[in-house]
Design a protein around this ligand. Structure first.
Ligand code: ZN
Length: 493
């Protein structure tokens, strides 16, 4: 079977390359998944939707794709210099839970969020904690190859000796001198021979909850190791595509490249793909900036920065409207515009069902599928494909208004093209999800009405009605909070 020429921008070579999989018709895709210690936010939605698009389009082209997306449930420390508490252990300590309770809870919620975004499930979703043996084996191999050293129960990757044979920094373009200058003085750094060295295995201090026996004593794997070990296990020591957010390029993916070369003697990944970041009103997202909006807050409109609730499909469409390598800036206006655009597209699909073909057509849309396909073959250029679909929307509406006529065969082409691209490849559906409604937010609107009624009841000292409303809302997992400037609400489930 011959496959059409798909061009993929490779972050490693920094140019577009023709996709030639190692073992066609099979294609291996590995994507770094979430560290499950909190709810997914907009920054998680972008890689999930981007690589869902890649997964869907590769399948559309006829490849048999094995898509592996991991769950990080151990080893991701609070900073990138191998120091600080494990993110999951910290959450478990604060909430007085077992770490694996935290992992299960947020993994389930992540899956619910992904389902609402219509992100297809990966073929395999391995967890780091389920692959400790594989990770220990990989550390042993790297030690045997002479690219790591043991200090006081921890094993560090020896960047200097690695760099003599390979090139550390080839993905990020950073030099060892830069990394030296950029490193901070932190506890434990003195164990390392070079500040750029990173932990393959960390000794567990007393009180550290997640710990496993190893040849170097009790400890836990370094964060970068899980992806190298699990991708090798499920996709082989050489595989096609590795994806993730641009924020993972350094150090995470740079370290993955070093680990693979050190262990296997060659690069594991043929094509590195990175989606760009989402900013919020031009600013980076961050907890400290107060603009950290979870997907659930988008869906129910409960975050104060939002003017209403947004459908999951609107968020999906908003992401697909930009090329994955462009930055994408969130604002309420941009998201409302995406919602309107999506409704126009889906409405045209409905209209299409009822149109009748003519023997004397005035329009020719037979080239549309090829235009959409060519856009996608050019490094998954979804915005260009969407622009072509919007051109067709104009034609559909003109035919519907009696201003143009379309042939029966073109009508069939349009219907197939919309089904293929809108439904199958872009994964956009008209089905409403549970809480999010439209850009103005029906739930938010209803809550305003209810809270106003409750305010009036309280003004009239009708405490019975006021409490009844509060209790009824609580049964729906809506918590009403009375404050100085009136009542506010939030979803508690
Ligand atoms: Zn990873």
């Amino acid at each position: 079977m011959a496959f059409p020429e798909l061009h993929i921008y490779n972050s490693l070579s920094r140019k577009k390359e023709v996709f030639t999989p190692l073992n066609p018709p099979f294609a291996g895709l590995y994507v770094c998944g979430p560290t499950v210690y909190g709810d997914a936010h907009l920054g998680h939605a972008r890689p999930a939707v981007t690589f869902d698009l890649v997964f869907r389009f590769l399948k559309h082209l006829g490849f048999k794709v094995r898509y592996v997306r991991n769950i990080t449930d151990v080893g991701h420390l609070e900073n990138d210099a191998d120091e600080g508490e494990d993110k999951i252990a910290k959450k478990a300590r604060l909430e007085q839970l077992e770490p694996m309770e935290v992992v299960q809870y947020y993994t389930d919620r992540y899956h619910q969020d992904m389902d609402r975004l219509n992100v297809l499930k990966p073929s395999i979703e391995p967890r780091a904690s389920g692959h400790i043996i594989e990770q220990i084996e990989m550390v042993k191999t790297i030690l045997d190859a002479g690219f790591a050293y043991v200090v006081n129960g921890s094993v560090y990757f020896d960047v200097t000796s690695y760099h003599e044979k390979y090139h550390y920094g080839k993905l990020s373009g950073r030099s060892l001198e830069d990394m030296m200058a950029g490193s901070r003085e932190l506890d434990g750094q003195q164990e390392k021979k070079h500040p750029a060295d990173f932990a393959l295995w960390k000794k567990a201090l007393p009180g550290h909850i997640m710990r496993w026996p190893s040849p170097w004593g009790e400890g836990f794997p370094g964060w970068h190791l899980e992806c190298s070990a699990m991708s090798a296990k499920y996709l082989g020591q050489s595989f096609d595509i590795h994806g993730g957010g641009m924020d993972l390029l350094f150090p995470h993916h740079e370290c993955e490249i070093a680990q693979s070369n050190a262990a296997f003697g060659h690069d594991a990944v043929k094509y590195w793909m990175h989606n760009n970041m989402i900013t919020i009103n031009g600013q980076k997202m961050g907890k400290s900036l107060g603009n950290f909006i979870t997907l659930r807050e988008f869906f129910d409109g409960s975050h104060k920065a939002l003017t209403g609730a947004y459908q999951a499909m609107t968020i999906r469409f908003f992401i697909l409207q930009a090329h994955y390598r462009s930055t994408l800036d969130f604002s309420n206006e941009a998201l409302e515009a995406a919602g309107k655009g999506l409704r126009r597209l889906l409405h045209a699909m409905d209209t299409l069902k009822n149109l009748e073909g003519s023997d004397t057509p005035t329009v020719d849309v037979s080239g549309l599928p090829q235009l959409c396909r060519n856009a996608m073959l050019d490094d998954f250029n979804s915005p260009v494909a969407i622009a072509h679909l919007f051109d067709a929307v104009k034609t559909i509406n003109a035919v519907n208004d009696g201003k143009e006529r379309i042939s029966k065969s073109d009508l069939e082409i349009l219907r197939n093209c919309f089904d293929t691209f809108v439904t199958d490849i872009f994964g956009l559906t008209g089905k409403d999800d549970q809480a999010g409604d439209n850009a103005t937010g029906v739930i938010s609107g209803l809550m305003e009405i209810i809270l106003e009624l409750r305010r009036q009841a309280r003004q009239n000292k009708d405490w019975e009605t006021s409490d009844k409303l509060r209790d009824a809302l609580q049964k729906l997992n809506i918590l009403v909070k009375d404050g100085k400037d009136g009542a506010s609400w939030e979803m508690t489930n």
